[in-house]
Ligand binder design. Structure first.
Ligand code: GRG
Length: 278
């Protein structure tokens, strides 16, 4: 299933909004040291789908906040994502030469520069979140806390560590799910929650968004495994994995329907995540 023309337009405009924000925030051509700035720009502008910014934008919009106010949060989450991919590709981790059809950062530059580009993006994300709110400082502080938790040892970093060391994931679906909820899911869940908090959602609304985010995080990985033929797809086969992805999208939709017609785009995006081919 291709995204409907309406969703496609929305996704394209979210990519433009995220890219415009990132261009504002990232080191420019004139930045010193030039090599670090180039490595950061190279990695961030290399064709990512901007799934996480999309989720931040749409989640904020559920609570009436437009991109003109939510863009810093969307960009901060994408910076953390970009850092994680740079580090994931390093020789000490996945040791990949190519990502999105282009040389990985450490291949295009060098290993030290890639490590520092990732470190730099992570720090910059928090500088942006904490300094750009232009709103209630409590919301900014809470967004910082959510992103720190989602990207740290209780989230993505913990998941990456488990992924590298826990061989049980190859035969035990429960371990695999735990690893993936941390490695991939935490940042996706965090993206939705940050959008809601940034836009001033109350505790109950925030919990509903988080529930949908958790489902989207899980289904994102299920589909990634179908596309790559590993993880769940290797354990269960593609059909069973796809069935679970559809069921998980249904759970997210059920949570999001609490927001009525406002949630239409996010629900349709969940369907797109299941059917995506890249
Ligand atoms: C190094 C701390 C650290 C963490 C790395 C995200 C991650 C953890 C590793 C990436 C490994 C991987 C390919 C996981 C599958 C799910 C995933 C995050 C895919 C990439 O996300 P997309 O498809 O990427 O949103 P694009 O290229 O569109 O930005």
């Amino acid at each position: 299933m291709n995204p409907s023309p309406n969703l496609l337009r929305r996704m394209e405009s979210r990519v433009r909004q995220a890219d415009a924000g990132l261009r504002r925030l990232l080191p420019k051509e004139s930045f010193y040291p030039e090599r670090l700035g180039s490595a950061i720009r190279y990695s961030v502008f290399s064709g990512g789908k901007r799934v996480r910014p999309f989720l931040v934008f749409e989640s904020a919009e559920l609570f009436g906040m437009k991109a003109a106010a939510s863009w810093p949060a969307a960009c901060a989450v994408e910076m953390v994502h970009a850092y994680s991919l740079i580090h994931d590709d390093l020789p000490a981790m996945d040791d990949d030469d190519y990502r999105r059809g282009k040389k990985t950062c450490h291949r295009a530059f060098d290993e030290a520069t890639a490590i520092l580009a990732g470190d730099g993006l992570l720090s910059l994300a928090f500088e942006v979140l904490s300094g750009h709110a232009g709103l209630n400082p409590r919301r900014a502080l809470e967004a910082v806390r959510i992103l720190a938790r989602a990207s740290g040892p209780h989230g993505m970093v913990g998941g990456q560590s488990a992924d590298l060391s826990d061989k049980r994931k190859e035969r035990d679906a429960r371990v695999l799910k735990q690893v993936n909820l941390l490695k991939t899911g935490a940042l996706i869940e965090g993206a939705l929650e940050i959008g809601a908090v940034w836009a001033g959602a109350g505790p109950k609304e925030r919990e509903t968004v988080r529930k949908a985010g958790r489902a989207y995080g899980f289904l994102f990985q299920l589909v990634d495994d179908i596309l790559d033929g590993d993880g769940y797809a290797a354990l269960w086969g593609k059909d069973k994995t796809l069935k679970l992805a559809r069921k998980t999208a249904g759970e997210a939709a059920a949570a999001l329907r609490n927001f009525g017609a406002r949630a239409k785009v996010l629900i349709e995006f969940g369907e797109y995540l299941v059917e995506r081919k890249v």
